[in-house]
Design a protein. Sequence first.
Length: 294
Amino acid sequence: MEQRETFWRIVLLAPALLVFGVFVVWPLLDSFRYSFTDWNGFDPNYNLVGLDNFARIFRDPEFRNAILNTAIWIVAALLLPVLAGLGLALLLNTGVRGSRVFKSIFYLPICLAAVIVGQIWIWIYQPDWGLLNTAIEAVTGVRRFNFAWLAEPSSALGAVIVAWAWQQTGLAMVIFLAGLTAIPSDLLEAAAIDGVPRWRQTLHIVLPMLRPATVVVVALSVINALKGFDILYIMTGGGPFHSSNTLAFFMYEESFKKYRMGYGSAISVVLFLIALSIIVIYFRQLRKLGEIYD
């Protein structure tokens, strides 16, 4: 009986594993192979260059700029969606009137494609009639405030981060709401009977018990941030003057615009190793949480 169950498990999993192997594992292994070559993406003849691509990476000022922008992007991914999602979850969990409607509204952006999100925020940031500049005009009284948020090196990356965080906040909110439902109501009721203020209940009971949900939200936010490419491509194209260029976009430019596929593959390997280290830390935290809650 067990052998039969094992056979059918293998049969049912085989198509999915085959697709995963062909479209994920094989390209990943190819990236490692091409990272040691000077392949341009077209010519079937290429040369092995050893570690030259990796040595060149760490001498490249554009790579250092992309690393810095990626670090800023990751820090923003840890702060903006996580804090905003937590705040919304705590607010909606209090039973505020119309909470179901608000949950749907706040979750809606994560259902939209990055192309749509990017276009919405391009309209918001539009210098002449965009919503943001119009609101600033109304609040400050400044006439014809037409700051180009996406065309200035000082503001382009921050503007895209805000758009990305707006989309990701709904996912963090839903995960935190699921975590809040797992907190025993008896603890909060006992604390309320003892006269513990709401803010202290949140600080000393709710937040510590939300640790499993927080680990999941932080890991997903960082991994999604490392993959962030589409919204950057739509909103700024990595510009102006590479001011919003991240590792993912830098890899795309080197591989598919400059036809340095070997060099781009080396960048992808670095990006993969960064993501892998984060995933390892994530699973270690999950294991520690399992030991605590078992």
